[in-house]
Design a protein around this ligand. Structure first.
Ligand SMILES: [Zn+2]
Length: 239
């Protein structure tokens, strides 16, 4: 895991508590949206966990001061070039990643990308899957923006919205996520079917009886008009 320590409480709260909601709401009215978008895009590209903590100077003074110095260096280095870190400075900051520096680094990166971070490959794949599977039902291909907007509908409970948002990013900790985590590799595979236990397998294809059962119960709960969308088999975009 990557451990990020910051002394800035507001930043800590923004990243750990608000970032995903801001993203769901389209970053409207968020100050420094470009920086936060870039941070989010960096975090999503990571496979291993990222841990954020409050930095306390008294606990590791050398790392704290070293990180501050790096952040200051990055702040004055505004031409967007790579930040040079001397070997002695690397020793100072080892174990304590200065979020200020990451922030500025991410900011420079986002300027290079004209503030439009590319969607993660997993997100792109999921959006394409939804588009392809729902197109024959809707008789038109929904644009990605329409799909994102549809899951922000406040008629849907917040928990369900969060679930769908995470699913669309392919960010649930299932299937391939576990493949490269030593000691947890077996979690990648369904113990009943032997297939990769990704969300699609869990929700749609698993042979375990409760997979089918849940959909049958769900069909009973949905209004009759929904059968047109759901049809006989559940598909991406219908849940
Ligand atoms: Zn299975």
């Amino acid at each position: 895991p990557l451990r990020c320590h910051t002394s800035n409480e507001q930043l800590l709260t923004s990243i750990t508590k608000r970032l995903t909601n801001w993203d769901m709401e389209g970053f409207t009215k968020v100050k420094d949206a470009a920086i936060y978008k870039a941070i989010l895009s960096h975090l999503r590209k990571r496979n291993a966990p990222t841990i954020f903590r409050k930095a306390v100077r008294s606990q590791n003074q050398r790392a704290y001061d070293g990180a501050n110095e790096l952040a200051f260096g990055a702040a004055v280095n505004t031409d967007g070039t790579e930040l040079k870190i001397s070997p002695s400075m690397q020793v100072l900051v080892r174990g304590a990643c200065a979020l200020h520096t990451r922030l500025l680094g991410a900011y420079h990166h986002s300027i290079k990308e004209q503030n439009v971070p590319e969607p993660r490959p997993a997100t792109k794949r999921m959006i394409e899957k939804v588009q392809n599977e729902i197109s024959p039902v809707l008789k038109k291909k929904p644009q990605p923006e329409a799909i994102w907007k549809s899951i922000r509908d406040t008629d849907i409970s917040r928990r369900a919205r969060n679930f769908m948002w995470t699913a669309l990013h392919g960010a649930h900790k299932v299937g391939k996520y576990w493949k490269h985590i030593p000691g947890y590799e077996e979690r990648a595979t369904c113990s009943d079917c032997g297939a990769t236990e990704d969300l699609e397998h869990i929700l749609l294809h698993c042979k375990r009886p409760w997979c089918r059962l849940i959909w049958d119960i769900a069909k009973d709960l949905w209004p009759k008009t929904m059968t047109m969308v759901i049809g006989q088999n559940p598909l991406w975009g219908s849940y």
